[in-house]
Design a protein around this ligand. Structure first.
Ligand SMILES: Cc1ncc(COP(=O)(O)O)c(C=O)c1O
Length: 369
């Protein structure tokens, strides 16, 4: 079976560098929040631009919650976000004590729209959290305007979009702060859980560093109530290796997406758009088509690990159904969830596999439609 993503292929390709990094950590005797984390934070910040700060945390959900806590949001504060995202986005908002509110998406980008955000703003709204879903940048310039017009904080959920750009500017640098996951399947993925917060303000970075470790100051005195959300040295050392290959790996993903798009352009399916003015991080390659369950079954019968991202929008899960404002008015999201289908996408996907996937998809449309 060709999987839809393959973290072990990434390890095999970068094995000698990763093995060296692991050995370096094991020999060092320092296993949590040490030199590797510090170096990774510096490298991650400078990968994104000048005068930025990065803080390693335990996972991407914590990164979201810590951003919100860091700016002082909590109970009663509404955060507008899409329902078309990983459950983690909403779990992170609720972990901070905030109230998520759902806005709808654009059918082309599949990202939250500025108009839908604007329609959901109330006197309780405090923040907007766009998600660069599948690696596709959200419309950050217009979203920034909505945030300014209503005096709202903006936090980018970049967990699926490490290295994506809009007109040469990396996502994660449009807002004052942004949250990343480095779960193994991500474009920048470790071999366990991990997350990062990127921000502009040094003071905010210091506050997050304190919050991630019991609210401690340098003397290990808790000056604010905090958490345990530390990044470990092994993950940081591995992420340092992976970061060096991120731009190349993303380019490989885009090349595969362009091959798929070219091969499928005359089929009755909706394809991801790769705009000239943007760099899509192509975390997942997701198409939309009628009879997607039949196509998925056919692909699986032909050893292609097609899958659903996601089987349900967040407002369709039992835990969230009917209790989140905006969830009853998401027509574009609802339609998308009837038709979406994910095809294999990772930098190490072989030419033979790509050709196999293309030929089987084409064959199904020839024979079944
Ligand atoms: C869009 C999005 N936000 C947040 C997260 C949370 O990341 P984690 O699984 O590291 O908590 C993920 C990863 O699953 C994600 O895809």
């Amino acid at each position: 079976m060709i999987p839809f993503g393959d973290p072990s292929a990434s390890y095999q390709v970068h094995k000698s560098e990763i093995d060296q990094a692991i050995k370096r950590v094991l020999d060092s005797g320092r296993y949590v929040l040490g030199n590797e984390v510090e170096e990774f934070e510096k490298e991650f910040a400078s990968f994104h631009g000048k005068d930025l700060h990065a803080i390693g945390v335990a996972n991407g959900t914590d990164a979201i919650a810590l951003c919100l806590r860091g700016i002082g949001l909590g109970i009663g504060d509404e955060v507008i976000t899409p329902s078309h995202t990983a459950v983690a986005t909403v779990a992170g908002i609720e972990q901070a004590g905030c109230t998520p509110v759902f806005a709808d998406i654009d059918p082309k980008t599949r990202c939250i729209t500025p108009k839908s955000i604007d329609e959901r703003v109330t006197t309780k709204t405090r923040a907007i959290m766009p998600v660069h879903i599948y690696g596709q940048p959200a419309e950050m310039h217009s979203i920034l305007e909505v945030a300014k017009a209503h005096n709202l904080s903006l936090i980018e959920d970049c967990s699926q979009a490490h290295g994506a750009e809009i007109q040469g500017q990396k996502v994660g640098t449009f807002a004052d702060m942004s949250a990343y996951s480095s779960y193994p399947t991500k474009n920048l993925g470790g071999t366990g859980d991990g997350g990062v917060i990127l921000c502009r303000s040094k003071e905010f970075a210091e506050k997050i560093k304190s919050l991630r470790q019991y609210g401690w100051n340098e003397a290990r005195e808790s000056i604010i109530p905090g958490f345990n959300s530390r990044l470990d040295e092994l993950q940081a050392a591995i992420l340092r290796v992976k970061l060096q290959h991120l731009a190349d790996d993303n380019a490989k993903r885009r090349a595969i997406a362009l091959s798929y798009n070219e091969a499928f352009k005359d089929l009755p399916i909706t394809l991801p758009v790769l705009a000239n003015t943007e760099l899509h991080a192509m975390h997942l390659y997701v198409i939309e088509c009628d009879r997607r369950n039949e196509l998925m079954e056919y692909l699986r019968n032909n050893q292609i690990g097609a899958s659903l991202h996601y089987p349900l929008a967040v407002h369709q899960h039992i835990a969230y159904a009917q209790r989140i404002r905006g969830g009853d008015n998401l027509p574009v999201t609802d339609l998308f969830y009837q038709n979406n289908l994910t095809l294999p996408m990772y930098p190490e996907l072989s030419k033979d596999s790509i050709e196999h996937i293309i030929s089987i998809v084409q064959k199904w449309f020839r024979e079944e439609n």
